[in-house]
Structures are given as C-alpha cells and as structure tokens.
Design a protein around this ligand. Structure first.
Ligand SMILES: [Zn+2]
Length: 122
C-alpha cells in the first residue's frame, strides 16, 4: 500500500519561501538547479516529483500550462514566480524572447544561436 503524506499545501510551501524584490519580482529562496527554482511535489499515493517553481506557480495561478507551451518570464528572472511576470509561450517564442533580451549569442564555430556563457541551459 502506498504511503500517504500529510503535507503543507503546495501553495503555502511555495509562497512562504519567496521574497519581493525592488523590481516587483517574487524570487524563490529555496533550492534551484543553478538556474530555475525547484520544489518537491508530493501527491497522495504517488511518487514524489521535482517540478520547477515557476511552472508550479503558473499552474496555481492559471490552472494549467497549455499543451506544448512553456512557462516563460517577462522579467527574464528564472527564479521569479510573480503572476504578472509569467506567461505561456512556445519553444520558438522562448528563443525569440531570449534573442530580443540578448540572452543568446552566435556560436562563432557553428554560426548557430546559443545561450550566452553566463546562462547555461537548465
Ligand atoms: Zn519577475
């Protein structure tokens, strides 16, 4: 029989570990993978899974992430979970967004766009 957990609701676990910044971001203060905040999701009778806090926050605000879409940041702050700063977009929009914000650079060897050295892929 699977073990059942009684845990603090995800909403509270998420928002008790964020801090409002001067720029209006709600920054996650828990663990990260070096770029994005992550949080362990426990569901009764199911295996716990790690999810990204901006994805969890988006689902709390808007119920679900549209199929095939990614959760992107208007503020370009990967650990931000502010409602007004999150939006759903495609992988292409993500790349175009990154290019606009100069997060990408052209690889001199291959000529292809890649993330800048300061921001390695998650
Ligand atoms: Zn933000």
């Amino acid at each position: 029989m699977p073990r059942t957990y009684v845990t603090t609701p995800i909403l509270r676990r998420l928002f008790q570990r964020v801090e409002r910044t001067a720029t209006g971001c709600l920054e996650w203060r828990g663990s990260t993978n070096g770029r994005y905040g992550k949080i362990l999701i426990r569901k009764i009778g199911r295996t716990s899974v790690l999810d990204y806090v901006h994805r969890v926050a988006f689902k709390l605000y808007f119920r679900e992430i549209p199929a095939g879409m990614q959760v992107l940041h208007r503020c370009d702050n990967p650990i931000c979970v502010a409602r007004a700063h999150l939006f759903a977009g495609t992988q292409l929009e993500n790349l175009e967004d990154a290019e606009r914000k100069k997060r990408l650079e052209r690889d001199p060897r291959t000529g292809k766009m890649r993330r800048g050295p300061a921001l390695s892929p998650a």
